[in-house]
Design a protein around this ligand. Structure first.
Ligand code: PPS
Length: 288
């Protein structure tokens, strides 16, 4: 299949047709955000399904029912995807959503609301590695080609949702004030209970230490990997083939070191560094 058959272009961004349509993108623009909505924003492969596991539990005080009975894509739907229109009326309040949208594509009602945002960022080298394997297992995406070819596409932004640098920058320059919280995938890997405490404070959930520990256990990589409501095993193999690469693949920090040659590292770093040179926000990892 050609890339035109696999992807659509939306405001210059590539989106997979399997999960997005003209109707779903129109639906988002007409979607009415409520003040109590919570949306986790990620560039793809930065911790989206992890937030789909965490958010319902932080918002409901640790009741495991949603993560044990509802597939992740219906439990905390993607704002831009086709499923939102199907499940929107069944979402409990406060509603939790995820999106890969850059800031400027958020619908008008988002800006008019007080909905809270959690922006999850991940080291772009690990993002690229994760995405490379995802393209191998996802039958609805383009073949990634060689690792080197995929790196070129990633750096040029010829990948789903465009350039990593554009995405992170767009969400750093917002008018959201204290409506937005930034967290990194790396912080979550390093100390999930601490990340959950920050999320609980931000969302006003007031969770006890016992509940924090319970949520951390149920949102660990190991537990999610065997949760059929979260590991995409319900999806037909033709669309997601875990024999090629599981969706919950490694769940670690720094897997890029097993993939980048020194030349690739130099090239990658130089492009990202240049595009981030005017940015001053702290990164929990070196760009080198
Ligand atoms: S997607 O396709 O954009 O929705 O992908 P996304 O969920 O953002 O990212 C997938 C990567 O997140 C890892 N993941 C986790 N890591 C650690 N702990 C937990 N609980 C966890 N849940 C998901 C997943 O394994 C993918 O990373 P890689 O590096 O490929 O393992």
């Amino acid at each position: 299949m050609s890339s035109d058959e696999i992807c659509m272009l939306y405001h210059g961004l590539l989106l997979p047709k399997e999960t997005h349509s003209t109707e779903s993108l129109k639906f988002v623009q007409e979607y009415t955000f409520k003040d109590e909505d919570v949306v986790a924003v990620t560039y793809p492969k930065s911790g989206t399904i992890w937030m789909q596991e965490i958010l319902p539990l932080v918002l409901n005080g640790g009741d495991l029912t949603p993560i044990q009975t509802i597939p992740n894509w219906d439990r905390v739907p993607w704002l831009e995807e086709k499923r939102l229109a199907v499940v929107v009326d069944q979402l409990p309040s406060p509603r939790a959503l995820v999106t890969h949208f850059p800031y400027h594509l958020m619908p008008p009602s988002f800006h008019a609301s007080k909905a809270k945002v959690i922006y999850v960022m991940r080291n772009p080298k690990d993002v690229m590695v994760s995405s490379y394997y995802f393209h191998q297992m996802a039958g609805f995406l383009m073949d990634p080609g060689t690792f080197d070819e995929f790196m070129a596409k990633f750096l040029e932004g010829r990948v789903l949702f465009g350039k990593w640098t554009d995405h992170v920058k767009s969400w750093r320059h917002t008018e959201l004030g204290d409506r937005i919280m930034y967290i990194t995938y790396e912080e979550m890997v390093q100390d999930l209970p601490a990340a959950l405490r920050s999320l609980s404070d931000f969302l006003g959930s007031n969770l006890s230490e016992e509940v924090i520990q319970k949520i951390a256990e149920h949102c660990s990589f190991k537990t999610m990997k065997v949760n059929s409501m979260s590991n995409f095993s319900l999806v037909p193999k033709v669309l997601m083939d875990s024999d090629k690469s599981p969706f919950l693949r490694k769940g670690v920090v720094g897997d890029w070191k097993n993939h980048f040659s020194s030349e690739q590292l130099a090239r990658f770093t130089s492009v990202i560094r240049k595009e981030m040179e005017d940015e001053s926000f702290p990164l929990p990892w070196s760009l080198d």
